[in-house]
Design a protein around this ligand. Structure first.
Ligand code: HEM
Length: 135
């Protein structure tokens, strides 16, 4: 497996010869450009660059990550002065975008739970009221 620098990757920045860096791995996506469900434009935007942020921002599926695996051609050799990775290494604190989504998910569960409890106790209360009235 090849070990290329940012400078090497940057040379492959055309539709006919297209490399991107995602999480410090290098992918040759030349053949994939026409197949990409998100269109070729977005891939050409990050041609020869670090596409980690763009890729993660979309929230690609596991299936997308698998097709990525098949396009891998090497790993990035980072030189001093190269651009820093746009997202933290795996295991580090989750990026901001994910935190927001997680927060929203949790809030949604909380609302559903509170709604369910209110409904349940409200129903119990009404039953008691009715029982009290008919007694
Ligand atoms: C380079 C490797 C990439 C692969 C293998 C890939 C693969 C895929 C796949 C399989 C989908 C279909 C939905 C899914 O399964 O998640 C998709 C959708 C999409 N991709 Fe990518 N993608 C790549 C890079 C990018 C980049 C760099 C962008 C930049 C913004 C991007 C933007 C999108 C968008 C916007 C969609 C949604 C399309 C829609 O639902 O209409 N993708 N991609």
């Amino acid at each position: 497996m090849a070990s290329l620098t940012y400078q090497d990757v940057a040379e492959h920045n055309t539709k006919k010869d297209l490399y991107v860096v995602i999480h410090d791995k290098i992918y040759d996506i030349t053949k994939f450009v026409d197949e990409h469900p998100g269109g070729e434009e977005v891939l050409l935007d990050v041609a020869g660059q670090d596409a980690t942020e763009a890729f993660e921002d979309v929230g690609h599926s596991d299936e997308a990550r698998e097709s990525l695996e098949q396009l891998k051609i090497g790993t990035l050799k980072r030189n001093p002065g190269d651009p820093k990775p746009k997202t933290p290494a795996p295991g580090a604190v989750a990026p901001q975008a994910n935190t927001t989504t997680a927060g929203f998910g949790t809030a949604l569960y909380a609302i559903l739970l509170v709604g369910g409890l209110l409904g349940y106790f409200g129903y119990q209360y009404l039953q008691q009221q009715q029982a009290a009235q008919s007694a």
